[in-house]
Design a protein around this ligand. Structure first.
Ligand SMILES: *Cc1c(COP(=O)(O)O)cnc(C)c1O
Length: 397
């Protein structure tokens, strides 16, 4: 077995350098803990970026995957398989959508949603120059369509031209959305809770206003719940707490608990506009990924995950509020459920590096936010331990 230094060297010599990785080689995980190659334990409040809802090395989940691996991993989409049918049934019925298309990632779910909106518009009026309104500080992914609706100039800068017809409004500012609407506008895309942009929940009046605009103008409301969906904010999908239902929904991250899978869903006429030849994917919806989806939903119910999130989230909020009250460098806490952020006036990267030394994994969001997206199964003891470790870090900074 290689030592950590040689593994890191090998990786840096051969991987395209798109990430500044922390100098840690992770080896295995258990529950809310990860272990590096030297056996050091980390309390994980990042969950692989809001992926591991049930924590690591869950036997029930692993066994379901192993059984499917021994049966059939892939079929192509020219045939049916049972896990795909079952995953589609569960995902549509639980989300309130009518139909689903499975992808391999979040960014692909966005690509599909954008294509669906364009086709919907084409069916409606025969034009193929429709526009989509997206939000400043949004994040929807790295492929060209998703990048075009991502409100971050820095991510787009080197990769122009972007796909045309995308206009950016201010999140939580309905007037700025209204000002961009014209005859060509076919959809409004937004995260229900902005994640990468800095953990900003939508204001209820804003999201309701967007819904109303879409209803009045026959536009599609696309909600990206790739990060905030799947119980993270205290309901299966965050939109449920706002009393609105989108026309198109994107979901990924926690959907497969680490098995790469995403989906876009639609209802009503929007669910019927893509037809054979319009869209496809070699892997999308393969039996292994779909077993992960089915198992995820079974475990959400078995474990009463939504109730647990609603019980533990106020405790996390309280802990973070106490840190904000105690340390001058913490300016504010915001978030929803187990998707929280604290705004700091020091470099988030410095906090994160020191936290790793203390055995705590955290991620940043935006330029000045430390993000907390732990496994949804965390306990009060985990929150206490996180708070203690983070307090030590903030003390030193
Ligand atoms: C992570 C994320 C994406 C992109 O998902 P990938 O699986 O990384 O392609 C899109 N939208 C939101 C809100 C996300 O958090």
């Amino acid at each position: 077995m290689s030592d950590s230094a040689s593994i890191m060297n090998m990786a840096e010599s051969h991987l395209i350098h798109t990430y500044n990785r922390y100098p840690i080689v992770l080896d295995h995980g258990d529950g809310v803990h990860l272990y590096d190659a030297d056996g050091k334990e980390y309390l994980d409040f990042g969950a692989g970026i809001a992926v591991f809802a049930f924590g690591y090395n869950n036997k029930e989940f692993n066994d379901a995957l192993k059984d499917q691996i021994d049966k059939l991993v892939h079929t192509s989409n020219y045939f049916y398989n049972e896990p795909m049918a079952e995953a589609a049934r569960i995902l549509t019925s639980r989300s309130g959508m009518d139909k689903v298309f499975f992808t391999n990632s979040g960014t692909e779910a966005i690509e599909g949603a954008v294509k669906l909106a364009k086709k919907y518009g084409f069916m409606k009026d025969g034009r193929n120059d429709h526009e989509i309104i997206a939000m400043d500080h949004s994040f929807h992914g790295r492929s060209m369509g998703a990048l075009a609706v991502t409100g971050n100039k820095h991510y787009q800068e080197a990769f122009g031209p972007m796909i045309p017809g995308i206009r950016f409004a201010k999140y939580n500012d309905l007037e700025s959305v209204k000002a961009l609407i014209n005859d060509k506008t076919i959809a409004i895309i937004m995260e229900t809770v902005q994640g990468e942009g800095g953990i900003y929940p939508a204001d209820p009046e804003f999201i309701k206003g967007v819904r109303q605009l879409c209803d009045e103008r026959g536009m599609l409301m696309i909600l990206d719940e790739i990060q905030c969906g799947l119980c993270r904010t205290g309901s299966l999908y965050a939109f449920e707490q706002y009393g609105v239902v989108p026309d198109v929904l994107t979901t990924a991250k926690a959907l497969g608990q680490g098995v790469p899978v995403g989906a876009f869903l639609a209802r009503g006429a929007a669910a019927e506009c893509l037809v054979p030849g319009d869209h496809g994917s070699t892997y999308g919806g393969n039996p292994l990924a779909c077993v992960a989806v089915v198992k995820t939903f079974e475990m959400i119910e078995e474990k009463g995950l939504i109730a647990h999130v609603n019980e533990i989230a106020p405790y996390l909020e309280e802990a973070l509020d106490e840190l904000a009250g105690h340390f001058d460098c913490v300016k504010e806490r915001r978030g929803k459920g187990l998707m929280q952020g604290i705004v700091v006036d020091v470099k988030p990267a410095d906090v994160i590096k020191k936290a790793l030394e203390e055995g705590l994994i955290l991620f940043a969001a935006g330029a000045d936010v430390i993000r907390f997206v732990p496994p949804l199964t965390i306990t009060r003891e985990d929150v206490d331990e996180m708070k203690e470790k983070l307090a030590c870090v903030l003390e030193k900074i």
